[in-house]
Design a protein around this ligand. Sequence first.
Ligand SMILES: *Cc1c(COP(=O)(O)O)cnc(C)c1O
Length: 360
Amino acid sequence: MDRVYNFSAGPSMLPEPALRKAQQEMLCYGTSGMSVMEMSHRSGLFKEIIEETEKLLRELMDIPDNYKVLFLQGGASSQFAMVPLNLLRKSKKADYVITGLWAKKAFKEAARYGTVRVVASSEDATFNYIPELDASMFDPDADYVHITTNNTIYGTRYTTLPDTGDVPLVADMSSNILSQVYDVSKFGLIYAGAQKNMGPAGLTVVIIREDLIGHALDITPTMFDYKVHADAGSLYNTPPTYSIYMCKLVLEWLKELGGVKAIEKINIEKAQILYDFLDESSLFKGTVVKKDRSLMNIPFVCPTEELNAKFIKEAAAKGLVNLKGHRTVGGMRASIYNAMPVEGVQKLVEFMKQFEVENK
Ligand SMILES: *Cc1c(COP(=O)(O)O)cnc(C)c1O
C-alpha cells in the first residue's frame, strides 16, 4: 500500500527520509551490531546520539549558551505540573493566558501549587482568536507568565509575543516548535512534546534558562526536578532512547532542508494554499479569526454535519486521512506540520474543490 497524506494533529507525519534512514539502521546501528532500541543509554554510541541531537537543536533554534536542553518523558502534560513545581520560586504567583484546552489544563495543574491567575481568555468564542495583551495586564510580581504559542485544537497562534517585562515567559510550543523562527532569548522556558514536529511520541523537550533551574518546591518528586535532569545531562534515568534517535534524524532532515527559516517559508506557503481556498470557497469555511491563523493546524467546516462526515470519508478514500476535527470544534482540521509536503496540501485543496462542485 502507498503512504497516505496524514493530517493527524499528533502523533503526526514524519519526514520520509528520516523514516528511511531509521529503516536502514533498524537492525544494526553503525558498527554496533544492534538496533538503537537495544543499546544501553550509558554506551558511548548512545552518548554520541544524544549529544548530536542537542547540538542540532541548539544550532537550528540558535539556543543561547545560558540555556539547558533537556530530553524528558511524560509528554507536554507532565510539564503542566513540572513548570509550576520548579518555577514558583518567589511570590508563588503565575499568570496564564487561556487560548485553548491545553492552556486550560496547564492552568488547572498549576493552581494545585500556587496562586495562578487568568490574564485573558478567548473561551468566550470557542478559542477562535488570541486575546489582545499588553504589558500592563501582567503582574510584575509573578514568577512566570505561561502561554501556548500554537493552539493545536483551535488553529490559532501568537503572531507576536506578549511583553512580560522581567517576568520569565514560559511557552508550550508542542505544536509549532521548529516551524517558524523564534528568538529563544525571549523565553524563560520552552517545552514541547516531540510527536508533532520533532519525532515520535515518548520524548518531551525542555529548553530552560539556567537561572530558573534549582528552585524546585520541596514537594517536587525527584523526576520532576529540572536540576536533577540538567545535572545528569538528561541521563539521570533511562531516557526515551529511540525517540531521541528519531528526533536526531528529523533534525538532520530539517538542517539539510535549510533550517527553520527555510521550513518557515514553506510552512507559510502551505498554509496560504489552504487559507486562500477557504477564503474563496462557498462551501468550506475557516473557523478562526484571520489575523491569528495557525500555520500548523487549520480547522474548517462545511454547512452541515452530513457534508462534514461525507467529506472526511471521501477524503480518506483518496489517501487524505485523519481530517476529522476535534470534538469541541467539529468539522475538519488539517494539521500540516513540518513533515507535510506542499503536494499534500495541494492534493487536499484539489479534492476540496472537486467536493465543492459535486455537493453544491
Ligand atoms: C499535543 C499537545 C499537548 C499534549 O501533549 P502530550 O505530549 O500528549 O502530553 C499539550 N499542549 C499542546 C499545545 C499540544 O499540542
